[in-house]
Design a protein around this ligand. Structure first.
Ligand code: XIL
Length: 343
């Protein structure tokens, strides 16, 4: 095994993977200075706004747009030659309450809601036209319940399936060059995969302008299996769609549905055994990604390092997680070397 002197080596993930796909990271304005900014520039050639481009952040009140943080991320990326993925245009979470309520305080009509969606998408996609090369247009529209199809969100209650079609049409009209993605989680679980495939096939059959599917990849050291990952890549790409892994992290805990408080005495130690499992899982997924480089166009990590990740407070508040390739000191972990060791 060749050991690489990390400090002296000028290569980053983006360089090791330059013949495969771009490598991204989710960021906020807080990450754009100091040692984190240095790391971003060395390692990544794509960024996603972790929260700043979501509907409630960008348009907290009707017609009042808050561009500050989103603009700062876009200008950092443009200045440093980094590509930008947009996240996201339509989601049941982090959507402002006003969106669904009319002037009389009643539930908005379908007509009004779609008009507001169009106004929002026109403004956001239009502002970053030519700078954001791909958008997550609709996020997480499939229900978690295996017996149901679309999630029973406000969007669905008011518009039925049409909100999905319309969101893609509005986004395409606002920037015909941007690549448009449907994005979701647990996309490798066989039963959810069937439902996501059904939605994507419906969209393709209706000639909706969709280019690809975003697999969030909020994974753990226990799942997905290699076969599940391969099945997902093959099934989605059989529709002629590109695949991006949009929010990759590898939790050291099994995923649980319910949010709960940390239990007394519950461990949050990153044991050598857990680390070993994580190394193996990272190696497995990147070995697999490389085999499918013709359909995979980007892999994005959800946060920079174990210093601070959204998984430190989700789904369990106050439980430290260690899901990324850089440690709390921003140094590459052993898993990093497995991910870049190939030929
Ligand atoms: C998360 C952010 O990381 C958190 O900071 C925020 O509090 C909640 O949202 N799926 C998505 C992302 O599509 O937008 C979510 O990001 C994580 C799950």
């Amino acid at each position: 095994q060749t050991t690489i002197n990390y400090q002296a080596d000028s290569r980053g993930l983006k360089d090791f993977y330059k013949n495969y796909f771009s490598i991204g990271v989710a960021v906020g304005r807080r990450n754009l200075t100091g040692d984190e900014a240095t790391l971003i520039k060395k390692q990544f050639n794509s960024v996603t706004a972790e929260n700043a481009m979501k509907m409630a952040s960008i348009q907290p009140r009707e017609g009042h747009f808050n561009w500050k943080e989103a603009d700062s991320i876009v200008s950092f990326a443009v200045k440093n030659g980094i590509k930008i993925r947009g996240h996201n245009l339509c989601w049941h979470e982090q959507a402002p309450d006003w969106m669904f309520i009319d002037a009389n305080g009643k539930q908005a009509s379908k007509e009004l809601l779609l008009e507001r969606l169009k106004t929002h998408i026109d403004a956001v996609v239009g502002r970053y036209k030519g700078k954001i090369y791909a958008w997550d247009v609709v996020n997480e529209a499939i229900d978690d319940d295996d017996t149901k199809f679309l999630r029973n969100s406000k969007w669905y209650q008011i518009c039925g399936e049409d909100f999905i079609v319309k969101a893609f049409e509005y986004a395409h009209a606002a920037d015909p060059e941007a690549k448009l993605y449907y994005n979701d989680y647990n996309t490798e679980r066989p039963q959810k995969r069937v439902r996501i495939y059904k939605l994507l096939k419906n969209l393709k059959d209706k000639n909706v302008p969709i280019d690809g599917v975003g697999l969030q990849a909020h994974w753990s050291i226990y799942e997905p299996s290699k076969q599940e990952l391969i099945d997902a890549i093959q099934q989605y790409s059989s529709l002629g769609l590109k695949i991006q892994f949009t929010e990759l992290d590898m939790s050291i805990y099994p995923w649980e549905k319910e949010k709960r408080a940390k239990k007394a005495g519950e461990t949050d130690t990153y044991t050598p055994d857990l680390e070993q499992k994580q190394i193996a899982q990272y190696k497995m997924v990147f070995d697999t990604f490389r085999k499918y480089k013709d359909v995979i166009t980007n892999v994005t990590f959800w946060n920079i390092s174990d210093r601070a990740t959204w998984l430190d407070s989700y789904p369990v508040i106050g439980r430290k997680n260690y899901p990324l390739l850089f440690d709390t000191q921003l140094q590459p972990k052993k898993a990093y070397w497995e991910v870049v060791k190939f030929k």
